[in-house]
Design a binder for this molecule. Sequence first.
Ligand SMILES: *Cc1c(COP(=O)(O)O)cnc(C)c1O
Length: 357
Amino acid sequence: MVKHNFYAGPSILPDYTLEKTVEAVKDFAGTGISLMSISHRSKEFTAVMEEAQQLFKKLLNIPDGYSVLFLGGGASTQFAMVPFNILNKKAAYLNTGAWASKAIKEAKFFGEVDIVASSEDKNFNYIPKDYKIPEDADYFHITTNNTIYGTEIKEDIDSPVPLVADMSSDILSRPVDVSKYAIIYGGAQKNLGPAGVTFVIIKNDILGNVNRAIPTMLNYQTHIDKKSMFNTPPVLPVFAALQTLKWIDGHGGVEEMQKYNKQKAEILYDEIERNSMFKPTVPNAGDRSYMNICFVMNDGYEDKEKAFLDFATEKGMVGIKGHRSVGGFRASTYNALPMESVDALIDTMQEFEKNNK
Ligand SMILES: *Cc1c(COP(=O)(O)O)cnc(C)c1O
């Protein structure tokens, strides 16, 4: 049976990425040896790293003066690496969920943290709007897409201080005005590649302003100076990420991704609103994520949750169980998820409604 992969992360990747990576694991770039067995200093792999950085810059229209890094440690290491490198005295954070809270916890090891607003009062089901970013903060940190709760900041905000964004789960899903940001980072395993690589887009001149010693591996400058090749980079995940970048480039770039993602999300939200068995978890349509679409059983149908999950599983839906802190369902509709999978989920929801009303 056809499987429809709605996992939140690691998650669906283009078939192109999988096929090219499988080929390279067997015979990388015509070398006759595996991608997993070749020196990262070989000219073949150096070319992969350079092309991945160049293509990332092209797709997001990244201005001069920025570097693209591929590191280990996941987005979770960035929660600490950002303040380690740029927090002098005080940082400002927007608390929009569990990932933002984890980032805040790490920043507190390095200085004062001003939480300018939080949506915790409503289990993070909205994006706070009325807040003031303190002008004396070293930076302002946001999480653009809140993977667990299905909320998203879909536009680039203005900040009077350097803006830092965790874009783990919506990178390359839309055009971004990178010039508005000092640092953009994220784990690759949501929308870009397999687990094991973390991307960092960093404005070079943001560094050098803190008065603390920074261990070599945790210092962005190390990786900028060595073009992300200071130590052994995650060779296979970087190769796979490059294939996804090529796939995006071949499919009209991030503008086309945005159009398609919006279409997929909107028809699914429309069905959630229309279908009497379900309701969305994010009340304000403007705050709803185009990447992670969260919904629960409608009032009066709460006892049908397991029945729907079982029915959907039978129909080939994979990974739609909601995160435990929200419950219900979450359909992740990343770049590589085809419209056919959204259609299949909608058909399943409609059939379930017919059978159970
Ligand atoms: C998944 C996720 C993380 C954690 O990423 P790791 O690479 O597992 O550390 C952080 N932030 C957001 C928004 C995420 O979706």
